[in-house]
Design a protein around this ligand. Sequence first.
Ligand code: AMP
Length: 283
Amino acid sequence: MIKVEGTVKAVREQVKAWKKEGLSVGFVPTMGYLHEGHESLIKRAVKENDRVVVSIFVNPMQFGPTEDLASYPRDLEADKKLCDNAGANLIFHPEPEEMYDGGFCSFVDMNGLTNALCGLSRPVHFRGVCTVVNKLFNIVAPDKAYFGEKDAQQLAVIKRMVKDLNMDIEIVGCPIIREADGLAKSSRNTYLNAEERTAGLILSKSIFLGKKMVEDGERDAAKVKAAMVDLINTEPMANIDYVEIVDVNTMKNIDEIKGEILCAIAVGINGKARLIDNFMMTV
Ligand code: AMP
């Protein structure tokens, strides 16, 4: 069974030993409760690197005070099996104290890409993400790191951070993995009962509608957004946080759909879960 390490020291020693042998290292950061979305990242990393490290860490710093840190689902035994079967070589699973000792006071933050979409309703989120990913990169020192397009703003933020801070790591974006009925796979789907899960399908339905409109030639962002909002509002359990179309490189709203665009949505379902979905396109 795959090895699980809880200390920075043990991970560093293992990675150093691999590098001494000339092996390349891929890295997949996660919060655990792994599903086929995570698995696709791990398998891609296994294909493209000699050794693969998966981190499982529910990072307190990226949760706001009223968010779901305490209830976030956890299942290390199932995660170990998934990582093992996917061909990963090591899990880094630290306790919060290993990552943040009592004197911790340094942060990585960003001014720009984070003042939009999820950054507006989750003001401390991306500072927590940038800080922990920076720490994990310093601990694992990977050649390549894998992130899902499911969290499109996060992917853009990480790419920008790596560029701005001259980190010698290649960031690889991987496509969204969905359930057969369209729902984007997410650890947070587990918060929903059967009826709420059905209501959650309104996210992917509106994403598919918006995508089709753009594919069919619609270039007016307001029209696409309005159609998506109208569709989401037909679902009584749905509560829209945002429906936006932005330039993927700046996260700024656009009126005319052209260039590299991201259409992203966040919708609460029955007050139980806040789900996100998106499509990206080059027009
Ligand atoms: P999380 O454990 O939710 O922090 O996610 C860890 C990584 O898995 C992030 O890079 C996510 O974007 C990615 N991920 C989560 N769900 C999916 C999905 N349905 N398809 C592709 N990637 C995903």
